[in-house]
Design a protein around this ligand. Structure first.
Ligand SMILES: [Zn+2]
Length: 290
């Protein structure tokens, strides 16, 4: 099973995994690995194998695997945490020992095995060990905005951080992980559509009520897509849906639907590259008027 699906392609754009993908990956890894002892550890990253040489991961137990925004954290009993970030192409897979990998061994970056499972990290973009006590002050993690999938999501703090981006278009502000952690390009377009907010409006021109609505919409969409089924199989990013419908052609409101009719009003859905990273934004010019 895929713990985290690879970057999903829509047109020419490779998508960053969204918070829901990482959340599901963490849940799958947690289910398979937590409470079990590491029997084997390999990595192509010298910084990781150095720590293993010093502190022997094979003497440790995996306590917990969790997601924080788009970071995946594996906690070990020696008060050590492995942080990985998948960026565009990275993914974690879970295999039974001896099972054939569905990606090339050349792409393997980290392998961590218990008696029952092999967790393989392919094309991981960034990986490091952090002492548990240093986690709270970690540079990338401490800057993250409120985690939309976090247990105690702080909405007023999210709105305060959005307000700091006053001159920025709302669609760009929503993608900044130091404002809100977990939202990616698909749910950005979908959340703005469900709130009837134009993606190019500056944050300063939106009311607190509108900001709260779009934040809640993003949170709702992410949460609706993280249910890990009882069989342990995890749906990949392609099964993402925001409309509540299952049919592949009906799953999303606007994302990936350029030049097609709006599901609410029939107007033609538009697409434009937006922001410094030229991420694609989809919207209905009638439902989301300027
Ligand atoms: Zn419309």
């Amino acid at each position: 099973m895929d713990a985290a699906h690879d970057g999903v392609r829509a047109g020419n754009e490779t998508l960053m995994p969204e918070g829901d993908t990482i959340y599901r990956a963490a849940a799958t890894l947690h289910k398979a690995l937590a409470g079990h002892r590491v029997v084997r550890f390999e990595s192509v990253f010298p910084a990781l194998t150095r720590v293993h040489d010093d502190r022997a991961l094979t003497a440790m137990t995996i306590d917990k695997v969790e997601s924080v925004g788009k970071h995946l954290l594996m906690h070990f009993s020696g008060a050590l945490v492995l942080r990985t970030h998948m960026r565009m192409n990275g993914s974690w897979h879970i295999y039974r020992p001896g099972e054939r990998w569905r990606r090339s061994p050349r792409d393997m970056r980290i392998l961590l095995a218990t008696a029952d499972f092999e967790a393989v990290g392919f094309n991981i973009h960034a990986a490091e060990f952090i002492a548990e006590k240093d986690l709270a002050r970690h540079e990338a993690l401490s800057r993250l905005g409120p985690d939309l999938l976090g247990g105690n999501f702080d909405r007023s703090e999210a709105i305060r951080r959005l307000r700091e981006q006053a001159a920025i278009a709302i669609a760009d502000a929503l993608l900044r992980q130091n404002v809100l952690a977990g939202l990616g390009n698909v749910y950005k377009s979908e959340a703005l559509f469900t709130c009837g907010i134009n993606p190019f409006v500056a944050v300063a021109d939106l009311s607190d009520q509108q900001l709260a609505a779009v934040v809640e919409a993003g949170r709702h969409l992410l949460r609706a897509n993280v249910v890990v089924s009882a069989t342990g199989m995890v749906p990949d990013g392609r099964s993402r849906r925001t409309t509540g419908r299952d049919s592949p052609s009906e799953r999303l409101w606007v994302y990936g639907r350029a030049r097609m009719p709006c599901r609410k009003c029939g107007a033609t859905i538009e697409v434009r590259k937006q922001g410094l990273d030229a991420r694609l934004t989809y919207w209905c010019p009638n439902c989301q008027r300027l």
